[in-house]
Structures are given as C-alpha cells and as structure tokens.
Ligand binder design. Structure first.
Ligand code: FAD
Length: 380
C-alpha cells in the first residue's frame, strides 16, 4: 500500500471539537467504523478553550429539547464515557439588577411554562441572597436552574475522543480536509496526508464549516468571532453558582481551585486563515467592571491569563444540525453561536441518528441547512 492509498471507513467526520468527537463516539458505539480528520489537534479550538458553561438556562426555544437531553448525558457522563469531564452541577443563576429586569425574567419563565418547559425558576431577592450571599445587594432576583453547571472544556473534548477511540474510531490530527467530493456512492476527502473515503460524511468543522458546505453548493451565512475569556488569581471560595445577567453580558464562575473565569460575549479578533483568536485587552475591561460591581470585594483581584477562541456564528443565532439538502449521506453540525459546549454530548447522539437512521429522535427543523435560503426568498 502506498503512503497515499485511499483509506476507507463507514463514516468520515471532519473536525474534532466536542461536536466531531461526540458524533464519532455515538457513531462508533453503534458499531460503524469512524475516521476523524482534524486540521490541528483535538480540542484546539472553541471546544477546548471555552468557558465550560453547561447551561440550559436562556436557550432559544428550538434548542431547549436538545439542551435538556444533552444535560442528562452530562449528569450521566461517567457511565457514558468513563470520565466526568470535571462536571459540577453548580446551578446556573441569571440575575436581575432592577425590577424591570425581574419582570423580563418573569415573562421569559411564563413563556417557557406555556410551552411545557419548567426547568427555569424565578427566584426572589432573598433566595438569591441565600444562594449567593456575596452578590451586591442591588440584585432584585433572577432565574435559577438547579441542574445546570460547568465542566472542563479540554478534558471533556478529550474524554469524548478517548471514548470514541475505545470503540475503534481513528483520529488523524494535523490532517486538514482540503476538498470534499461525492463520487458515486462514496465521499472522497483530500488531505495533505492522503485521500480518505467513506459512504457517510459528517462536517463538524466549527468556524471553518461554511467553506466545506460551500464546496457542496450549500452556502450558509456563518461567520467567525474571536470570543474572549479571562481568568483571575485564586481567591477564597465566595460563589458556587455559574452566573449570567439579564441586562448586560456576563458569564462568571469560580472553580474549586479558587480561580474565577470571566466572559460574556467578549468579542476579540478571529483570524480564520491563521486559525487563531486574538485578545483585545481594552474590551476585557467592561466585563471586569461588571464583575466588580456585582462582587465589590474582588476589586483588587488580578487577572492571570486571557485568551480568545474562534467560534462560528450564524445569522439567526441557531446552529446547523442537518442532513444535506443537495447531496446524500452528508450531515452537518456546526454554527453553535457561543453556546455549543453544553449541546455537544447530546448533538453528537442526534448526528449519529441522522447518519444511521436518517432521522433524529428530536425535532431538528429549526436547524435545517436550507432555512437561510427560505428566509432570503421570503424576504424578497
Ligand atoms: C471563549 C469561548 C467561550 C465559550 N463559552 C461557552 C460556554 O460557557 N458554554 C457553551 O455551551 N459554549 C461555549 N462556547 C461555545 C462552544 O465552545 C462552541 O459552540 C463549541 O465548542 C463548538 O464546537 P465544535 O466542535 O462545533 O467546533 P470547534 O471546537 O471549533 O471544532 C471544530 C474543529 O474542526 C477543525 N477543522 C476545521 N476545518 C477543518 C478541516 N477542513 N479539516 C479538518 N479539521 C477541520 C478545527 O481545527 C476544530 O478543531 C464558548 C466558545 C468560546 C470561543
């Protein structure tokens, strides 16, 4: 066999972030042969460097069934993949800082309840204080989800990769897919390390997936953003819940080791070509100020490290989880818009169902790849 002979499997997955690794795991455990191609290394991009929030709270309506299903896998991770990925069921709390914001929270919870979703609960000022006594006294209440939490991103992605490998999946790092083409009944993928072929192809290429969909003639309005996070020095435990806010961007959690991770829609610089995210320090200041307003005792706490990860955003802020509408045996899973970590374990299962059964066990219409074309046509 020459070095560049075609390598064959049942399913080829492009991208080994959490979504590619989880898809590979769920597929391999159903008994098919799976090969994963990764341009860099497993977990190098958004999946390995995110804030680790395992949050069903605040999801757009179509995502809620997926997020609730995924959350159950997070709670059962040891039995599922043999590693807890550092998951802590800390609860997630979205605070309101004014009476008007608390009314907004009440409207949101009433809307969800009318749809049959009861996981988000309104809590008043006193209950917030009981849960998180260190929070500034102006907080008026909020929304609480007890079974949400956080996990360790790189460990979670690695754990899914290792679990997939235990079921026989093969991972090829430093192996970018440069060209994808369906020839007869097979997908053929060119890489600098040779040609790979499979009956089924899964595109889980994060911020780079749009270029691959384009090759198939299915353009998607997806663009990259460099999302930033910062982590503080260690400080004595003062906050158990993972926090967000109603009136301003915030993503906040204290890990067991005392460090605090701060984010919340902090946009830095994304360079797709260089496969790299760059920190814009000036923009970090706003979030640091928000945190000090909520926890005044942190005002002297130092920042230890800041970084940016490249994430894929779609025009309607929903991911693409979809069979191709133009080619057979092609499945897409990308465009998670800053909140795909929580969805990873569950969406990998849904992708395996699309590949193996042709249909998923939860409704995916809102995530169809052709929805953007429909919107554009409708608006003309
Ligand atoms: C700073 C930050 C904070 C976040 N915080 C949270 C949070 O708290 N909670 C939450 O739920 N979500 C969060 N997210 C979002 C979450 O990280 C992403 O939605 C999720 O990780 C996307 O996973 P993915 O597998 O689709 O993409 P990625 O992790 O980007 O993986 C895609 C992979 O595909 C590879 N690839 C691309 N093109 C090719 C190619 N041609 N050939 C081979 N390989 C290729 C890439 O190298 C990459 O490894 C955050 C994101 C960032 C950046």
């Amino acid at each position: 066999m020459t070095e560049h002979a075609t390598r064959e499997s049942d399913v080829l997955v492009i991208g080994s972030g959490l979504h590619g690794s989880s898809s590979a795991f769920h597929l391999a455990r159903r008994g098919v042969t799976v090969t994963v191609l990764e341009a860099d290394y497993v977990g190098r991009h958004a999946s390995g460097v995110n804030a680790g929030g395992v949050r069903t709270l605040g999801r757009p309506l179509p995502e809620i069934p997926l997020a609730l299903m995924s959350r159950e896998i997070w709670h059962d991770l040891v039995a599922t993949i043999g590693d807890d990925a550092g998951f802590v069921a800390s609860g997630q709390l979205k605070i309101a800082e004014t009476d008007a914001e608390l009314d907004e929270c009440r409207e949101r919870v009433a809307l969800l309840e009318a749809q049959g979703f009861t996981h988000e609960k309104i809590i008043d000022r006193e209950t917030v204080r009981e849960l998180e006594p260190a929070l500034a006294p102006h907080v008026t209440g909020g929304i609480w989800v007890e079974r949400d939490g956080y996990a360790l991103p790189f460990r979670a992605t690695t754990a899914f990769r290792l679990a997939a490998q235990k079921h026989g999946a093969q991972f090829h790092e430093d192996t970018p897919a440069t060209r994808i083409e369906q020839r007869g009944s097979h997908w053929v993928v060119d890489t600098p390390r040779g040609v790979f072929s499979a009956r089924h192809l899964v595109v889980a290429a994060g911020a780079w997936a749009g270029e691959l969909a384009q090759q198939v003639g299915e353009p998607v309005p997806v663009h990259p953003e460099g999302l930033m996070l910062m982590v503080t020095h260690r400080v004595a435990p003062f906050c158990r819940a993972t926090l967000g806010a109603t009136g301003r961007p915030l993503s906040f959690k204290q890990f067991d080791n005392g460090t605090v991770v701060i984010g919340g829609k902090l946009i830095g610089i994304a360079d797709l070509q260089a496969r790299h995210g760059e920190v814009d320090f000036a923009r970090l200041v706003k979030s640091a100020n928000t945190v000090v307003e909520l926890f005044p005792h942190l005002r002297h706490l130092g920042i230890n490290r800041a970084w940016a990860g490249v994430e894929a955003f779609t025009d309607d802020a929903l991911p693409v989880i979809s069979s191709s509408r133009r080619a057979s045996n092609l499945t897409y899973t990308f465009g998670y818009c800053g909140s795909g970590f929580q969805l990873g374990p569950g969406c990998g299962k849904l992708v395996s169902e699309l590949v193996m059964d042709g249909v998923a066990s939860l409704p995916l219409d809102a995530f169809a790849i052709d929805r953007f074309g429909k919107t554009t046509e409708a608006s003309h």
